[in-house]
Design a protein around this ligand. Structure first.
Ligand SMILES: *Cc1c(COP(=O)(O)O)cnc(C)c1O
Length: 420
């Protein structure tokens, strides 16, 4: 098959993500998507095991989202959000406040996950400043964590993880700890906070699953411990639900499995059902009230150009419509069972150290980092799109992926692991 013209014409000009372009295999040209499939320029269809970095939770080209986008496109693709208001964003903010537990009621929109994390960090810093507390300039985050690729979010990612270790020493360092998984690590974190809480604005964590850091799971008790320690030491608690939000772990929000709420939560990835970039940092009443003042300097000085883009908000509202009928929950359970059963034999595979499933996330972990390029090619030859990450080969398919496509995904992982 010959490559399409645009691929060779643009290849010298496009800078690819997470990629040593000199040695990496070329990217696969995709010309269309449908349901759980990517359609390549040569007509081949690959079952998508990743839902495009965990965004396309309802599958691709969902007619309800497409319809909402078309209607919004005709009416008003975009207006600035400074001084202007529009229905898609105001409706979406009210709906998010309603579906989030507790009083997480105050929604600040942005366009990407990393930027929403930066906004949450800025909210936490200014929360203390506005209350007259000085010196709380740092964040406490966890080994194995991932919160984005921008400069400030890099500082709260796992410091040893290959992605950002090159920049050690460039940005101010944060306090990085182990998750409190047992009595000893809880006592260690308590002691760390007792010693350093006066420097710390907030604790930042991905609830239940540390995603890009290696699909590492922790039980809900860990989150309850963090809530308790945050309150004890007067620091805020931020949940980064950019990966876990919107059903991925089996509950609509991961925080619901723990029955507690953070002071700020970030959302993105599946927020628009995988159609347009949009994110939100949602604050509790207590956080918001620290900004509510007659003093202009107490305001949150932030406002991305494309903030609350009406098209993206319309897509998010349509995606929430699809969540409203509740069928996502049975679908996540179905996907979960298929992943657990289909991946279980990999335990006997070469170099495999763990196989685990939570919600619509299936993980096969190896003892050493895997050859990403070679594995992607092997998977594509088996009719699936799976892109491993570090030591893990993982599946995060759309919740609507049909059983036969789920079987194709797990069969490909079994084959590559040497057990199928
Ligand atoms: C993807 C991700 C981010 C970054 O989102 P971008 O939209 O890529 O900037 C932050 N936190 C978590 C948990 C993520 O999974």
């Amino acid at each position: 098959m010959t490559d399409p013209d645009w691929l060779s014409a643009g290849a010298a000009h496009v800078w690819r993500p997470y990629c040593q372009m000199k040695t990496a295999p070329p990217p696969l040209p995709v010309v269309a998507t449908r349901g759980s499939r990517l359609v390549l320029s040569d007509g081949r269809e690959l079952v998508d095991g990743l839902a495009s970095w965990w965004t396309a939770c309802h599958g691709y080209n969902h007619p309800h989202i497409a319809e909402a986008l078309r209607a919004q496109l005709d009416r008003m693709p975009h207006v600035m959000f400074g001084g202007l208001a529009h229905e898609p964003a105001y409706r979406l903010a009210a709906r998010l406040a309603k579906l989030l537990p507790g009083d997480l009621d105050h929604v600040f929109f942005a366009e990407s996950g990393s930027v929403s994390v930066e906004i949450a960090m800025k909210m936490a810093l200014q929360f203390h400043i506005n209350r007259g507390v000085k010196g709380r300039t740092k964040f406490l985050a966890f080994r194995g964590g991932y919160h984005g690729d921008t400069l400030a979010t890099m500082t709260v990612c796992d410091p040893e993880e290959g992605m950002h270790s090159l920049f050690a020493g460039v940005m101010p360092s944060q306090v990085i700890a182990d998750l409190p998984r047992d009595a000893d690590s809880e006592a260690a974190l308590d002691a760390l906070l007792a010693a350093r809480a006066s420097e710390i604005a907030a604790i930042l964590v991905e609830p239940l699953v540390q995603g890009a850091g290696g699909m590492l799971f922790h039980p809900p008790e860990v989150l309850r411990t963090l809530r308790r320690l945050a309150d004890k030491h007067g620091v805020l608690l931020i949940f980064d639900e950019i990966f876990t939000g919107f059903g991925r772990t089996g509950t609509l929000l991961a925080m619901q499995a723990a029955g507690i709420e953070p002071d700020i939560v970030t959302l993105s990835k599946a927020l628009t059902g995988g159609t347009l970039p949009l994110s939100a940092a949602v604050a509790s009443k207590r956080v918001f009230e620290a900004f509510w003042s007659d003093d202009a300097d107490a305001a949150l000085m932030h406002g991305p150009t494309y903030m609350a883009n009406p098209l993206a908000c319309a897509a998010a509202n349509a995606s929430l419509d699809l969540f409203e009928d509740g069928s996502w929950s049975a679908n996540v359970a179905r996907v979960s069972a298929a992943l657990a059963e289909g991946l279980e034999p990999c335990r006997a595979g070469r170099g495999v150290v763990d196989v685990r499933t939570l919600g619509a996330i299936g993980v096969v972990e190896f003892e050493a980092p895997v050859a990403v390029g070679a594995l992607c090619a092997a998977f594509a030859a088996l009719g699936v799109w799976i892109r491993p990450m570090g030591k893990v080969v993982y599946l995060t398919p759309a919740f609507t992926t049909p059983d036969a496509d789920l079987e194709r995904l797990t069969a490909a992982v079994r084959r590559v692991t040497g057990v199928g």
